[in-house]
Write a protein that binds this ligand. Structure first.
Ligand code: PLP
Length: 618
């Protein structure tokens, strides 16, 4: 979003202007260095110079650069790399000139720049770029601000109401946690800056790894993976490396229960493992008999079991310890998908269950905002025996002695969002974290109890309780009223709510995760909406409302529809758009009405101007 808005704000003229400046300063610096007697190739350049032999040796240049607070690139052959970016100005050029042995007072850089002839005709791009109108419309901060506001007002966010997306853990991203990521001390550090310049980051990494190790009981932590799925992939590669080091390279089968998140089998295949699916019983738990037979069948080839706990069915699986033990007896390792850690922090450590390695979704449990797909962090926490195999990186001192290769570009993943999780843990403290888990579980059970008389709750543990999320079953409504789960999801928008997770992990159900961030008033409002929708479905069941023309089938109702002169539905406009009392206070208007999601996913439509517009383009 940041990158696209950068292009929207500057537009093609602005981007070209910036590029010319960068290229111009690079040319000035090049001329100055040639004047000092350095060798510079005459190949085309843009923002980067490779400076060869000259009056000063590499070491001398580097110690001067360090004094000036400038980082350069050290080539093995003694050359020095310089790269200039958008913020560079005349003072920086003067300073660099001095670093290479010039007398900054003795040159008039501004005149030198003015006299520079940039001959880039051979490389100049001729065809127009960024022709879409959006890159030409917003040139003042006022216009830009309104454009951004217009876009964001189409979203139903946590700023509007709770987002009960099961498994996604849409919790508060507190302002105090978010502040530090804007500080230049965190935001303006290059991922490969010399370590002695990133001491604050080093302390942050060490403390955070220590805390995550303590929370999971798995002390060997790698911050390299950038997402949950990448953590899965890394953890499985670590397990493979462990087996290989013990001469067991034939262990290449990964057992995955059928309730698993879709990323689990995908990661296993990416890590070069064959997937064997383990069945679940009617309560949504791993079928022990099926697990036993799969363990028997793959005894020689078993690499790992991948398990989610509490399960994706939202229950604390009975017998998890027994499951881990039997996998170990068969020579396998246990990988825990830790995306549901929000139900466990401070209550139980995965290590105590018998887990060998797990990932944590720092976006989810540890408060990094993650609407719209990232950026995330999926560090892995491993037991001591796996520590030697944690991922290494060619440009940093991280990972284990016999570690696997890097799993992402930078050694610590996306470090500049780590202060969010750091601040969350630091501010909550041990007691606060435990309280959060307890509150999240309590909230889910409260919602389950309130909704149970209206929608059956699909899976529960031995004591009739759920973990931090609950699945409500809407499948019976298809026969009784012709209502699909999607109709309820869309109708929730009219009530001002984001839908829960839909048809996952069980088709025809909704999975609700309230998190500890929602107070009782908001939980009640959501339950009231769900119950009111159930009443609307009863009207259909009783034949008071037609099956094909009712508030659910036509949901969501846009402002345009509701205020249109034509209205020929068997229910009122008020019922369509203002079905609950709180909507008089605050109404979220969906910007489009119902789309055919499946059709839309398969038939992409370009939001570009019509093709004819391109015919007229110069
Ligand atoms: C979110 C989630 C994942 C994947 O995490 P990403 O960061 O989206 O890759 C894996 N498993 C479960 C159970 C999840 O909820």
């Amino acid at each position: 979003m940041i990158a696209s808005m950068y292009a929207v704000y500057h537009g093609p003229e602005g981007l070209v202007r910036i590029a010319r400046r960068v290229r111009g300063w690079t040319g000035v610096l090049r001329q100055l260095l040639v004047g000092l007697g350095y060798e510079l190739g005459d190949e085309p350049f843009f923002d980067t110079l490779r400076v060869g032999r000259g009056p000063l040796a590499q070491d001398e240049i580097f110690s001067r650069a360090e004094l000036a607070g400038i980082n350069l690139r050290r080539y093995e052959q003694g050359d020095v790399g310089v790269s200039l970016g958008e913020p560079v100005g005349v003072d920086d050029i003067a300073e660099l000139y001095g670093v290479f042995g010039g007398q900054p007072d003795g040159v008039d850089i501004v005149s030198a720049a003015a006299e520079m002839v940039v001959d880039d005709a051979a490389m100049r791009r001729e065809e127009p770029l960024l022709t879409h109108p959006v890159f030409h419309r917003y040139r003042s901060e006022t216009e830009m601000m309104r454009y951004l506001e217009r876009l964001s007002s189409r979203d139903l966010t946590l700023a509007t109401s709770m987002i009960p997306l099961g498994s996604c853990t849409m919790k508060l991203n507190a302002a105090a946690e978010m502040f530090p990521i804007t500080w230049p001390e965190f935001a303006a550090v290059h991922p490969f800056a010399p370590v002695q310049q990133a001491d604050g980051y080093r302390v942050l990494f060490e403390r955070l790894c220590g805390w995550l190790g303590e929370i999971t009981g798995l002390p060997a932590v790698s911050l390299m993976p950038n997402a949950g799925a990448q953590g899965e992939y890394s953890g499985l590669l670590v397990i493979r490396a462990y087996h290989e080091a013990r001469g067991q390279q034939q262990r290449d089968v990964c057992l995955i229960p059928e309730s698993a998140h879709g990323t689990n089998p995908a990661s296993a295949v990416m890590a070069g493992l064959s997937v064997a699916v383990v069945r679940c019983d009617a309560e949504g738990n791993i079928d022990h008999a099926d697990l036993a037979s799969k363990l028997e069948r793959y005894r020689e080839r078993l690499a790992a079991l991948m398990v989610t706990y509490p399960s994706t069915h939202g229950v604390f699986e009975q017998g998890i310890e027994e499951i881990c033990r039997s996998v170990h007896e068969a020579g396998g390792q246990v990988y825990l998908d830790g995306a549901n850690m929000n139900a466990m922090v401070g209550l139980v450590r995965p290590s105590e269950l018998g887990v060998d390695v797990c990932h944590l979704n720092l976006h989810k449990t540890f408060c990094i905002p993650h609407g719209g797909g990232g950026p995330g962090m999926g560090p892995i926490c491993a037991a001591e025996h796996l520590a030697p195999y944690l991922p290494r990186h060619p440009l940093a001192d991280v990972g284990g002695r016999d570690g696997i290769g890097p799993v992402s570009g930078a050694p610590f993943g996306s470090p500049n969002i780590l202060p969010i999780s750091y601040a969350y843990i630091a501010m909550m403290g041990a007691e606060g974290l435990q309280r959060a888990s307890e509150t999240a579980i309590l909230a889910a059970n409260y919602v389950a109890r309130r909704l149970e008389p209206h929608y059956p709750v699909l899976y529960k543990g031995k004591h009739g309780l759920v973990a931090h999320e609950c699945i409500v079953d809407l499948r019976p409504l298809r026969a009784s009223a012709g209502i699909e789960v999607e109709d309820v999801a869309k109708r929730l928008m009219d009530y001002g709510f984001h839908a829960p997770t839909m048809s996952w992990p069980v088709a025809g159900t909704l999975m609700i995760e309230p998190t500890e961030s929602e107070g009782k008033t908001e939980l009640d409002r959501f339950c009231d909406a769900m119950i009111a929708i159930r009443e609307e479905i009863r009207e259909i069941e009783r034949g008071l409302m037609p099956r094909d023309d009712n508030p659910l089938k036509n949901a969501p109702h846009t402002a345009a529809r509701v205020t249109s002169s034509e209205w020929n539905h068997p229910y009122s406009r008020e019922k369509a758009a203002f079905p609950a009392p709180w909507l008089g206070q605050q109404k979220y208007w969906p910007s489009v009405s119902r789309l055919d999601n499946a059709y839309g996913d398969r038939h992409l439509v370009c939001a570009c101007p019509p093709l004819e517009a391109y015919c007229d383009a110069p």
